[in-house]
Design a protein around this ligand. Structure first.
Ligand code: FEO
Length: 387
């Protein structure tokens, strides 16, 4: 396993997680990478590490360039274990190295690992460290996506080491955005944003403001592909997603017990189709919540349907609504629908979720047992009247 040159004397030395399919509940069909970068200068600098089980791969890639014990600085942009899991083993190999991190980063490292023998240098926004021909400066980006997060910028190389921001879960032997399908990279970047970054959109807007003031030729994130040809595309994507700009689009999500809620979903879809909206129908029996959330990022309407089951709703729908509540997209409009036999508990439960998610419910449809054709057509008509 070799290091891959990113720019002269700057190397990607990360790990590829080919088999990863679940990242704390987020379905990662394409696997992932944990990107670490090695800068060879008067002070040899490692930026971030990898998940614990890929430490050997990190060490092999570093060793293809230098003896790891020669590393002077380890920049830890983020303590989450997909980037710091290798730290205990790496730091044991580097008796003279200093860990450069945020104040929250130092605290979190101490809450994760035995750091007794580690030297820390705590940095804040605007601080800079000279490593020889180059400088590395730091911008604190708390909550993108933990309190400790920061990004590292090298002005001489015009590279932003952005950690989680601008990343994608893609396992690939290609490292750059001009070597891989841009459509897939952007789709995975959107999925990453939806499932990891969405609740912190306000903080992302702050990061984008900082980025505007930097001359950036390359973005080296901590997951997936490096941006060198399409830097403006990913910045535009983040700007759209973080500022909650939606398309004329509806996401219709449901599960059905005996088919009535499914029929209602289809007749709601008819209304969006007739009004010229893009729409997607997601049956929760066959779609994963992390894929659905990816489409919610650009949707103006979220339509959610469940029948009453016992004293609540179908567990698949509850799971989706719990996930939606945690990710908290702003400014969306909801339509709720479903069928019931003798208790209208479904609507109460779904309305409560929406209220707690701060999503406005603009219409509800609850049908007793099987909807007639007349009723279904009236649902289409009523939805068309409000969108
Ligand atoms: Fe890729 Fe927040 O860790």
């Amino acid at each position: 396993m070799k290091a891959i040159e990113v720019k002269k004397d700057i190397y990607w030395v990360g790990g590829i997680d080919w088999s990863l399919r679940n990242f704390h509940g987020y379905l990662t069909q394409r696997g992932s990478t944990y990107n670490a970068y090695l800068i060879i200068d008067e002070k040899i600098t490692l930026i971030d590490t990898v998940k614990g089980y890929l430490t050997k791969e990190l060490i092999e890639r570093i060793s293809s360039i230098i003896d790891p014990s020669k590393i002077d600085y380890v920049v830890s942009n983020h303590v989450e274990m997909d980037h710091s899991g290798a730290m205990p083993e790496i730091m044991a190999m580097l008796p003279n190295a200093t860990v450069i991190t945020s104040a929250a980063g130092e605290k979190e490292h101490k809450l994760h690992y035995n750091t007794e023998n580690w030297k820390f240098q705590v940095v804040k926004s605007g601080d800079s460290v000279n490593i020889g021909k180059r400088n590395i400066s730091f911008v604190m980006t708390p909550m993108v996506h933990w309190p400790d997060n920061m990004v590292t910028y090298c002005p001489e190389e015009k590279i932003l080491f952005s950690n989680d921001a601008f990343g994608q879960h893609i396992a690939t032997s290609e490292r750059f955005d001009d070597e891989y399908s841009l459509e897939i990279i952007l789709e995975e970047a959107k999925k990453y944003y939806a499932n990891i970054v969405l609740p912190y959109s306000n903080q992302v807007l702050g990061v984008l403001e900082v980025a505007k003031g930097l001359d950036i030729e390359m973005i080296c994130p901590s997951h997936g592909i490096i941006w060198r040809k399409n830097v403006s595309s990913i910045l535009e994507g983040y700007n759209k997603w973080a500022s909650n700009q939606t398309d004329k689009k509806a996401v219709i999500v449901y599960d059905s017990m005996w088919g009535s809620t499914e029929k209602m979903a289809n007749y709601i879809a008819n209304a969006f189709e007739d009004k010229g909206y893009k729409y997607e129908l997601f049956d929760l029996k066959s779609n994963h919540i992390s894929d659905i959330i990816t489409e919610v990022v650009e949707a103006e309407y979220i339509c959610v349907g469940s029948p009453t089951l016992n004293k609540g709703i179908l567990p698949t729908v509850a799971s989706f609504l719990t996930y939606l509540q945690g990710l908290a997209p702003k400014g969306r409009k909801a339509i709720l629908f479903g069928s019931y036999g003798w208790a209208q508990q479904n609507m109460k439960v779904m309305e409560r979720y929406m209220q707690e998610s701060d999503i406005e419910v603009v219409k509800t449809f609850n049908n007793n047992f099987i909807p007639t054709q007349e009723k279904l057509c009236s649902i289409t008509k009523e939805v068309m009247e409000i969108i």
